[in-house]
Design a protein around this ligand. Structure first.
Ligand code: TRP
Length: 338
């Protein structure tokens, strides 16, 4: 990737928190696209363990979750020779650039971040400087690789906007240094809703029975889908307003099979919700089970995981070094060798 002699491809950077329990919503909205993105962009997937420690973590748990997440990425079929899948903490330039960018970010900007305000309220006993500075580390993640594109959900838009502001500010002072990144909005974005309250987005921070986790056992998946809230008129047609539960299940089925809502309605209307829900469960299991099997195999192969993580970190670090030497020069830090 770093020696690309062909037409220069755009760089896509994505940071993913090792917070465990990715859901079917994450899968349909983001994860399953990763494999497709790989053919279009040079992709970096960073497991952002340094961001994770801005809230208290159990060390053993954190380490385990980081390895699990890396295994899951590989199980999705990402090719580690094409995409870099690595731990943020293994590439020290993230922190180095974050420090420098700190000096170009205003307190007022960080004080305005809604995620900081939310997290500070939620962790009132631990409002640490890292939590405050979180968006600057995120800006460093992105700018370090001169990323063109960053896939972000609604909750990260403000952070990406700040990243752009910092990049533009720096470029204005020192001349062209950083690529100003764009948000990447996936083309087909099925929004998966909670199984128990289909007017809310499916979320891993809600109770267990409201979401399907990518790594849920097939029996559990079927049980959760059978218990999904629907309505009492026993008809299968797409009407998110009046039939949010049924429409959500149809959306899931359609996203996974490619069938249109009309086709799904024609096939299942009048057959009873039991049959319909089982069909949804079949489709979800058919999609996730092979991933789960690959995941288990990869997670057990420590030699392979070790190889991927070091090689990816080395390659990422080489890209990062190029940006850092440019930044050092621009800011006026002494050269390492005269
Ligand atoms: N803050 C992001 C989240 O919570 C994770 C993240 C860290 C990130 N660094 C990033 C996302 C860089 C995109 C780009 O989801």
């Amino acid at each position: 990737m770093e020696n690309n002699n062909e037409v220069k491809r755009k760089i896509l950077f994505s940071g993913v928190q090792p917070s465990g329990n990715l859901t079917l919503g994450n899968y349909i909205g983001a994860l399953r696209n990763f494999k497709l993105l790989e053919d279009q962009y040079d992709c970096l997937y960073s497991i952002v363990d340094l961001h994770a420690i801005t809230v208290r973590q159990d060390p053993t748990e954190l380490r385990k979750r980081c390895l699990q997440l890396m295994s899951l990425f590989l199980a999705l079929g990402l090719d580690p020779e094409k995409s870099l899948i690595y731990f943020q903490s293994h590439v020290s330039q993230h922190c180095e650039l974050a420090w420098i960018l700190n000096c170009f970010t205003y307190m007022g900007e960080l004080q305005r971040m809604t995620q900081f305000k939310d997290k500070a309220a939620k962790h009132a006993d631990n409002i640490n400087a890292g939590l405050f500075d979180y968006p600057v580390l995120m800006a460093a993640d992105i700018l370090l690789y001169q990323a063109d594109m960053v896939p972000v959900g609604q909750d990260q838009k403000q952070h990406l906007e700040l990243t752009r502001d910092i990049a533009i500010r720096f470029n204005k002072i020192y001349g062209d240094t950083f690529t100003v990144p764009e948000g990447y909005i996936p083309k087909v974005g099925g929004r998966v809703m909670s199984l128990q309250d289909p007017t809310r987005k499916m979320s891993k921070s809600d109770p267990e029975d409201t979401f399907v986790a990518v790594l849920d056992d097939p029996n559990v998946i079927r049980k959760k889908l059978r218990r999904a809230v629907t309505d009492s008129d026993n008809s299968v047609f797409y009407d998110p307003e009046n039939k949010p539960g049924v429409s959500n299940l149809m959306g899931i089925l359609s996203a996974l099979t490619g069938d249109s809502m009309e086709a799904i309605s024609a096939q299942y209307d009048g057959k009873g919700y039991g049959v319909f829900k089982d069909a949804v469960a079949d489709a979800v299991i058919a999609e996730l089970e092979p991933i789960q099997q690959r995941y288990q195999k990869i997670l057990g192969d420590k030699a392979y995981l070790g190889e991927v993580m070091t090689r990816s970190a080395e390659r990422a670090s080489r890209m990062a070094m190029r940006t850092m030497s440019k930044v050092h020069r621009k800011v006026g830090l002494a050269a390492y060798k005269l």
